[in-house]
Design a protein around this ligand. Structure first.
Ligand SMILES: Cc1cc2nc3c(=O)[nH]c(=O)nc-3n(C[C@H](O)[C@H](O)[C@H](O)COP(=O)(O)O)c2cc1C
Ligand code: SF4
Ligand code: SF4
Length: 252
């Protein structure tokens, strides 16, 4: 079984492709499911596919693992994480979360994909050429990773970046404490009241009131609402003004 979470579609694509290539089934990591039940059949693998947020899996993924009731033991457990650049010590951090469920992380695979985080000055999207280059490289990598999963290979195959311990263990808590909020979101007059932002939020954190989005205080800053708005009418303080939009589209 492949459990997946995605904001802007990169991780969803990787999850769907790995499911297709390894003939596995998919289940969404629903942050609002208070008591998730995961039932595994004998010899089944358990995969987690999600983005990297601040050099770790999103907290809501850790929280889901802590809440879930697991029936059956996986024969193999892996993480396939997508990132814009690098993941620090994401596998080691997630391995610790899994160990609280009595699970061992046998493998971790990283997929470098188009950037989605633009909420700070100096952070921007990739150029369209770079987005295409990254997606082409991921398409090439997926069958090789799927093969390793089917062979139950034990490996850690990720780009860690510089000072991985510092990014994952020191910067991560600062990032969550100081930067993850929905209080800075606002909408401008270009809004056409289509409701796409509400539907695109994987946490159900947007309510439409009098035609406009209202953020409800339960946000992971996945940026799906910002990137999916057809009018680019959503902004995060001043940091996103003048910046572009990206979400994964199925490229044939
Ligand atoms: C809140 C947030 C934090 C992020 N942190 C990192 C990071 O630490 N390292 C990195 O390389 N990319 C980081 N990114 C980029 C995403 O991991 C990357 O674009 C990912 O593929 C998005 O996946 P999704 O489309 O499934 O949401 C971050 C993106 C967001 C929205
Ligand atoms: S997606 Fe954009 S245009 Fe549509 S309701 Fe939301 S803010 Fe308005
Ligand atoms: S409100 Fe926007 S940024 Fe926050 S979780 Fe929902 S889609 Fe993601």
């Amino acid at each position: 079984m492949i459990l997946w979470f995605s904001g802007c579609g990169n991780s969803r694509y990787v999850a769907e492709e790995l499911a297709r290539l390894t003939d596995d089934r998919l289940a969404f990591i629903d942050p609002n499911d208070k008591s998730p039940r995961i039932e595994l059949s004998p010899d089944e693998a358990l995969g987690f596919v999600c983005p990297v947020y601040a050099w770790a899996v999103p907290r809501l993924v850790d929280d889901f693992v802590r809440r879930m009731t697991l029936t059956g033991r996986p024969s193999y457990c892996y993480l396939a994480c997508t990132c814009g650049d690098n993941v620090g010590r994401t596998p080691e951090r997630f391995s610790k979360t899994l160990s609280k469920q009595g699970l061992t992380l046998n493998a971790a695979f990283g997929f470098v994909m188009p950037e989605t985080y633009i909420n700070l000055r100096g952070f921007n999207l990739d150029s369209p050429e770079n987005e295409q280059r990254k997606i082409a490289a991921v398409k090439e990598r997926l069958p090789r990773v799927a093969e390793q999963i089917m062979q139950r290979k034990e490996t850690v195959d990720v780009v860690r970046g510089t000072a991985p311990w510092i990014t994952s263990y020191l910067i991560n808590p600062l990032f969550y404490g100081l930067l993850i909020t929905d209080r800075k979101f606002h909408v401008n007059d270009d809004c056409i009241h289509c409701g796409i932002c509400e539907k695109s939020c994987p946490l159900g954190n947007i309510a439409i009131k009098e035609g406009l989005p209202v953020w409800q205080g339960n946000c992971t800053n996945c940026m799906s609402c910002y990137h999916h708005c057809p009018k680019n009418a959503i902004h995060f303080g001043k940091a996103t003004l003048g910046k572009g939009q990206y979400f994964f589209r199925t490229h044939d």
